[in-house]
Write a protein of this length. Structure first.
Length: 227
């Protein structure tokens, strides 16, 4: 009887665990949060309404340039990790982890929306698809680009015996010109001197509040198809 019960319960437990892992992963959380927002053309933004838009990223300030791919972007996250062994077990230890974000525009059909994310305090949730990766290890030399990156952070690529260390790099960015989706609270803002090259007295914006953060993602699943 007990063995028959286990035969029934084990598959159920596996299904429940798989569902929970899927449901609570960051990607699905972001998509669920965005589902509360409505797509609106820029000229139909209503003040204080939860609104989302899919469009092309334009920079407001001088863009960042990420150290590995050398691409211009308005947001980045990158990490360098090292494989560490402890007896029978091993894990990846983070050596370098950096991220930053700046103001940017979303352009849609000739109209622009201003987005102003901040890190302190952090007023946004984001999910960015991995854009670039690199690695090294046994019988795998780092590429010249990866070696340059490691040298820039004073991370030796070899151990004291001259063998390659097991290292890996991942990079996620919002590139200038990339298509992304942003959700926030719709506002119409008076244009000030910080917004150069904009010729109107008001500009549409997506903002956060104490209870509602901006949602930013480059996931294809989040896009409106009528670009």
């Amino acid at each position: 009887m007990a063995s028959e019960l286990l035969i029934i319960l084990i598959p159920i437990a596996i299904i429940v665990i798989v569902f929970l892992v899927y449901y609570f992963n960051r990607k699905q959380i972001i998509l669920r949060k965005l589902s509360k927002f409505n797509f609106k053309p820029v000229l139909r933004f209503k003040t204080n309404e939860l609104t989302k838009i899919t469009g092309k990223v334009l920079h407001v300030h001088e863009p960042f340039v990420v150290p590995y791919s050398k691409r211009k972007c308005v947001a980045y996250y990158f990490k360098i990790e090292k494989k560490v062994s402890t007896g029978k077990h091993s894990h990846w230890r983070t050596l370098i982890e950096k991220e930053d974000i700046q103001d940017f525009y979303i352009e849609k059909r000739g109209e622009v929306v201003l987005v102003r994310p901040t890190n302190t305090p952090k007023n946004y949730y984001s999910y960015l698809v991995e854009d670039s990766s690199a690695g090294s290890g046994f019988l795998k030399d780092p590429t010249p680009e990866f070696k340059e990156l490691l040298d820039g952070f004073n991370i030796p690529s070899e151990n004291f015996l001259g063998f390659n260390k097991r290292l890996k790099y991942s990079e996620r960015i919002i590139e200038v010109g990339e298509i992304i989706t942003v959700g926030g609270i719709a506002k119409w803002k008076a244009v000030d001197a910080t917004i150069s090259g904009y010729n109107y007295s008001k500009i549409a914006a997506l903002e956060s509040s104490d209870s509602q953060k901006l949602i930013i993602t480059d996931l294809i699943q989040a896009r409106r198809t009528d670009l």
